[in-house]
Design a binder for this molecule. Sequence first.
Ligand code: UD1
Ligand code: UDP
Length: 370
Amino acid sequence: MLVLNVVGARPNFMKIAPVVEAMRAAGLPQYLVHTGQHYDEKMSSLFFEELGIPAPDINLEVGSGSQAVQTAEVLRRFEPVVLEMRPDMVVVVGDVNSTMACTLVAVKLGIPVAHIEAGLRSFDRSMPEEINRLVTDSLSNLLFVSESSGLDNLRSEGVPDEKVHFVGNVMIDTLLRHRESANRSDVRARLGVDSGRCYALVTLHRPSNVDNLPKLAGLLRALDELARELPVVFPIHPRTRKNAIEAGLEPELGRLVTTDPLGYLEFLNLMSNAQVVITDSGGVQEETTVLGVPCLTVRENTERPATIACGTNRLVGTDPDAMLRAAREALHGPRPESRLPALWDGKAARRIVDVLMRTLCTDYAHAAAR
Ligand code: UD1
Ligand code: UDP
């Protein structure tokens, strides 16, 4: 029996870490393939060390490219790996290009696919991730769902119930596992926002916010305004950094506390202690829900509605003035109440591996009987 786990980009690492660990504990043989979609030390290898993920068995080194080129490179380079290894199952996580491309390769070679974080929908097809979610879910054999909206979405798309398993959120497994060690990080002292001081934490990387240069300029100007009122910490994603430099927007960053992308433990420490988090990240909406920290999402929609219904998340749209107003309200208003969405309890990966073991054993028994 062999399972092939796939990762490619930053948020994949937090999702696969507890799954790899649960597979090891269950004695399920596994290989880890890294597509190389993200490759900077601070976007990739750092997380392997911090989260105790074994080094990838194979790195496809696809690197950056347009949507089509990057996807095509993963298709081209993953196919021979699957042909050689002939795994019994390919496991993909999240909604990045690597997730969709590896799914396509596997199903075309007759290998079943399990998708972790299935069923999320923003209903916004201008997002590359939404296309990746739709394709991946429609081709996968096992759909592991992290929040109840995922069950509703898959049902309304006509997916048979027996494919769908509501298991909870693997990203939260990782958060609960590392919360204490993150508390020990000295990142706030290093960045000059030590305990007791209020600060806002920002991440932005969605193409709709940062590839549109007038939009990016407006958002950075609003953050500059906010930075007159309290420290604004901004670990900058490489896509955003590149665009800001190209557009000559570095002066707008002068008042902010900017850094390269941070490691998971440092970033978790900063999130836990922030007065408010301003973001367009998917994962950060979920993590702030569990931490009970107010989150303002700079988007018009979210594929993670549980973070609004149960958590601290608020969609503020992408208008810079509206973002600034919402930040001031969050700083001066009452702290939002939050409760944990169902099954965000640190045990999602174990539930997933139980289902995988049952499915693989049943498949083997059927094959042996034939
Ligand atoms: C990707 C995912 C997005 C996810 C994000 C997490 C898709 C379609 N997008 O977006 O869903 O939220 O990762 O961070 O899969 N770059 C570097 N070094 C790196 C990686 C990227 O410099 O290690 C730069 C390159 O200039 C590259 C750009 O960032 O062109 C964008 O990288 P890419 O992987 O295409 O998309 P992300 O914006 O990172
Ligand atoms: N994160 C991190 N360092 C940073 C910014 C984010 O470790 O500087 C973590 C964050 O805590 C979460 C994940 O990266 O676990 C989210 O990834 P990202 O925002 O890149 O992608 P998305 O979730 O939007 O797909």
